[in-house]
Design a protein. Structure first.
Length: 183
């Protein structure tokens, strides 16, 4: 879809849905919005302790800028990030920039250069984010799948009886088609 098609599709929506769309598009940054929503849900006891799911917990100070809670049932403490992919990250302030670069499909080398982080950190963050999507409901794949035949150059590496032809170098094009694998 191009800009004009999107704009015309938005104009068809009812006024209430248009205003909801405007609110969604002008929200605060992803991490801050997520943090605010999670804090509100914990403060209003809409979600339970990540360890035992009990709603009997209370505020227990702060931990590195995050609200901390203590459960009366299991007697364990937790923050608003416990049980999420943000748990254990040291540089939570650059997560939004990281997500933006990841959305732009930048390589790990470019991300580490822009954010001044180690390449292993960028790699670990990417896999934390991608593994968090496993919790999202997976839908079955359906549709038509097509494939063409694939040809490979025949290799006789390791064959002791190469008397009928001379050896060949790696790569290059074959003078004849190789064998075909049908699946």
């Amino acid at each position: 879809m191009d800009y004009q098609q999107i704009l015309s599709a938005i104009r068809i929506l009812p006024i209430e849905e248009q205003s909801k769309l405007i609110v969604e598009l002008t929200k605060v940054s992803i991490k801050e919005d997520y943090k605010i929503v999670r804090q509100e849900k914990l403060s209003n006891k809409q979600i339970g302790c990540p360890h035992c799911n009990s709603l009997k917990f209370y505020k227990y100070g702060k931990d590195k800028g995050s609200l901390r809670f203590k459960c009366k049932e299991c007697n364990r403490t937790f923050t608003e990030h416990t049980g999420t992919w943000l748990a254990g990250l040291h540089k939570k302030e650059i997560v939004n920039e990281y997500l933006e670069l990841m959305y732009q499909e930048k390589s790990l080398d470019k991300i580490k250069t822009v954010l001044c982080i180690n390449k292993k950190t960028a790699f670990d963050w990417r896999h934390k984010i991608l593994s968090s999507f496993e919790d999202v409901e997976k839908k079955d794949f359906n549709g038509i799948v097509e494939s063409d035949e694939t040809f490979f150059q025949q290799s006789e590496k390791g064959n002791r009886s190469l008397k009928n032809r001379s050896g060949r170098k790696r790569g290059g094009k074959a003078s004849k088609e190789g064998f075909q694998i049908n699946r």
